[in-house]
Design a protein around this ligand. Structure first.
Ligand SMILES: Nc1nc2c(ncn2[C@@H]2O[C@H](COP(=O)(O)OP(=O)(O)OP(=O)(O)O)[C@@H](O)[C@H]2O)c(=O)[nH]1
Ligand SMILES: [Mg+2]
Length: 255
């Protein structure tokens, strides 16, 4: 527990047998549950998770590879079933410093925010981020800001926390399954008026391997455009329903 709140940490993993044990072993003792999602790895990721021997860990295995967004979606579902209050996400490649976890969950615990994103650009070690990552993340953040109206600078950071209350109100089953999931989730949150905060987190670039490729930028722009279009269509159909409900009363008032 952290200030009376039940904290779950979701750990998406794909071929992380080398690093996941190290990432899991560093989680603070006040974390109540850990949902490690093995996204159909073809190495010994599941065995490495089991070898940690931490009773807080629930290991979930996808039978086919579905992508990091889908792994997080599974983690959210399991953490909600476990009745967690705060759903944090920390990647299985040990790229998130647990020292930053209290700052990431605090706005959810105090009720100041519904979703918190780590912001690597605000950290004093921001210069450690590779230049291409900084440029790509800056560009996708600008596109997501324009589409969502949210004031947010590091959309691609995977270190996050979501309130269970907000999670239950979101159509998470429709979240984009692969790398565009952070942008898709921000658009879903913004369209429903949820409060999003950013807090500084340490950018860790060490001995991990990234699955991100330059062409993912184009795919993520497509995810942003698709979600904008879907949310606009949803709002237009809701406005139609409201107009139809009001119309009979208006007619009755006419002489
Ligand atoms: N690449 C990839 N990662 C997945 C998948 N499913 C789950 N993951 C996990 O999602 C996390 C993030 O994936 P990365 O490829 O490192 O991407 P990233 O950390 O957002 O990007 P970098 O900042 O470049 O490392 C890691 O813990 C992966 O193990 C998948 O299908 N592909
Ligand atoms: Mg990574």
């Amino acid at each position: 527990m952290f200030r009376q709140a039940k904290i779950a940490v979701i750990v998406p993993c794909f071929n992380e047998s080398r690093l996941v044990g190290r990432a899991l072993a560093r989680l603070p003792e006040w974390v109540d549950s850990v949902v490690a999602v093995d996204d159909a790895s073809n190495d010994c990721t599941a065995e490495a998770i089991q070898a940690v021997g931490d009773p807080r860990i629930t290991l979930v295995r996808h039978s086919t590879n579905q992508g990091v967004g889908a792994a997080i979606r599974t983690g959210y579902r399991v953490a909600l079933e476990q009745r967690a209050d705060v759903l944090a996400v920390m990647a299985g490649d040990d790229q998130m410093d647990p020292v930053d976890l209290p700052a990431v969950i605090m706005p959810i615990v105090t009720g100041a925010a519904d979703y918190v994103k780590g912001n690597r650009f605000l950290h004093r070690e921001a210069a450690n981020m590779p230049l291409l990552r900084r440029l790509g993340s800056g560009f996708l953040s600008a596109a997501t800001r324009m589409a969502s109206g949210l004031s947010i600078d590091d959309t691609q950071c995977g270190f996050t926390a979501l309130s269970a209350v907000a999670a239950r109100h979101l159509p998470l089953e429709h979240l984009w399954p692969r790398f565009g999931y952070p942008n898709d989730l921000l658009l879903l949150l913004a369209a429903r008026g949820h409060r999003v905060h950013e807090v500084p987190v340490r950018p860790v670039y060490a001995d991990e391997k990234s699955g991100l490729r330059p062409w993912h930028i184009v795919q993520i722009l497509g995810v942003i455009a698709r979600r904008c279009w879907q949310e606009r269509a949803l709002q237009a159909s809701r406005a139609d329903v409201r107009a139809q409900m009001v119309a009979p009363n208006v007619n009755r008032l006419l002489p």
